[in-house]
Design a protein around this ligand. Structure first.
Ligand code: HEC
Ligand code: HEC
Length: 350
């Protein structure tokens, strides 16, 4: 009567092992799912709708996105692939190709596009290019015309790089446009990408103060950008640290010459290493240092054709004439809210 007795006690043991295994597998699957889709994961870098721009930034940054900006290293070695790669190189190392000792032509002041469009135009809220393909051609109030990507690139060459425009037919301009279009592929028209352009920064209720800003500069910026804001040159004529003012900096027709654009850039990108979700400056420091930098001397660009409709000038456009009676000084440094209240249509204008 012995048989059958033996296997019986083993059954519960087997069941335990199976249950334990199921639990472990379930736990692992659960953790993986939460990592992939759960609220704790980083946000997708692309394809969020415009209203995401209004709220506080989600955790995570473009340095470690769930869906990284496309990588040119993965492109095929076709003619199209080579053109896009060349475009990226021109953005990252503009001085090498187009700087004062540029191997293509000496067209610019020696800065790189990437000095302001960080990580070749892919870092969140550091003037990234991801939405450009989806939003251009567009009508811009500054020129009063519809601009394509090539015109917009040339704007930065003439203003931010205080240089000369590239011919539309040039290999270089076509490569830069190809790179920017490729970066924005897959982003639907009419949608903004989370992290595009610059971060929103609340206005101060006082004027931004260049005197306070000078102290911020001395403690937070000077060690790289130099005591006279002159930056630090590399042997190839490009910059290790780009200049913030003086003869080799952006001119007074450039986007960064608006105190708000500079403050918004600096808040999310400087001192170097800061990101929009790990800023290193308070809002006040960003506004005041921007006021200081944009009070220093820099090249002048005559722009008689800008703003054909001057009522469309942004509230902080630093140069008159204006259609209101606020002073040029208040337009430049603020307080901006009273000016904005007088022009409700400008509240969301760029
Ligand atoms: C000194 C800083 C600086 C440099 C250098 C610079 N840019 Fe810009 N760029 C800006 C700013 C600021 C804006 C946004 C201006 C605005 O709309 O007010 C901008 C806007 C753009 C835009 C439009 C972006 C959009 O979403 O509408 C493109 C495209 C662009 N730049 C390309 C370039 C290229 C290509 C280069 C190099 C040849 C370059 N930029 C160099 C500061 C710079
Ligand atoms: C650790 C060094 C470092 C510090 C500190 C630093 N920067 Fe920069 N800054 C850089 C570098 C490097 C770049 C160019 C980034 C690139 O090309 O990838 C840059 C670019 C810039 C630019 C855009 C290009 C230009 O020259 O106009 C501005 C504006 C700027 N910094 C402002 C500031 C301000 C304001 C501070 C202080 C709050 C600051 N930086 C502190 C290293 C630094």
């Amino acid at each position: 009567m012995k048989p059958l007795q033996d296997p019986v006690p083993q059954l519960p043991q087997l069941a335990w092992v199976l249950m334990l295994l199921t639990a472990v597998v379930g736990l692992v699957v659960g953790v993986v799912l939460v990592q992939l889709y759960g609220p704790a994961g980083p946000p997708p870098a692309v394809a969020q709708v415009d209203k995401a721009q209004q709220g506080p930034p989600p955790a995570g940054s473009y340095h470690r996105p769930a869906t990284p900006a496309p990588d040119t290293a993965l492109l095929p070695h076709s003619a199209a692939g080579r053109e896009i790669r060349y475009g990226r190189a021109l953005v990252a190392r503009t001085a090498h190709y187009l700087g004062p000792r540029g191997v293509v032509a000496p067209l610019t002041n020696g800065m790189n596009c990437q000095n302001c469009h960080l990580q070749a135009g892919t870092q969140g809220f550091a003037n990234n290019y991801l939405a450009v393909a989806a939003t251009y051609p567009k009508r811009r109030a500054r020129s009063g015309t519809v601009e394509g990507i090539a015109k917009r690139v040339n704007d930065c060459l003439e203003r931010s790089l205080n240089g000369r425009a590239l011919p539309d037919s040039s290999r270089e301009l076509r490569a830069i446009v190809a790179y920017i279009k490729w970066l924005g592929q897959g982003i639907p028209k009419g949608r903004k990408v989370y992290g595009t352009g610059l971060i929103k920064l609340p206005y101060l209720d006082r004027a931004a103060d260049p005197v306070i800003g000078k102290a911020v500069f001395a403690s937070k910026c000077q060690r790289c950008h130099g005591p006279a804001g002159q930056g630090q040159l590399l042997a190839d004529g490009g910059y290790q640290y780009p200049p913030l003012w003086g003869p080799h900096s952006y001119n007074d027709g450039a986007g960064l010459f608006r105190v708000s654009s500079l403050a918004r850039y600096v808040k999310a990108a400087m001192p170097f290493g800061a990101t929009f979700d790990h800023p290193q400056l308070t809002n006040e420091q960003a506004w005041d240092v921007a006021a200081f930098i944009n009070s220093q001397p820099r090249p002048h660009l005559p722009t008689p054709h800008d703003w054909p409709d001057s009522s469309r000038k942004p509230v902080d456009h630093p140069v008159g004439p204006y259609t209101d009676s606020f002073s040029e000084r208040q337009h430049k440094f603020g307080p901006y809210q009273p000016i904005e209240n007088a022009h409700p249509m400008l509240a969301n204008a760029k």
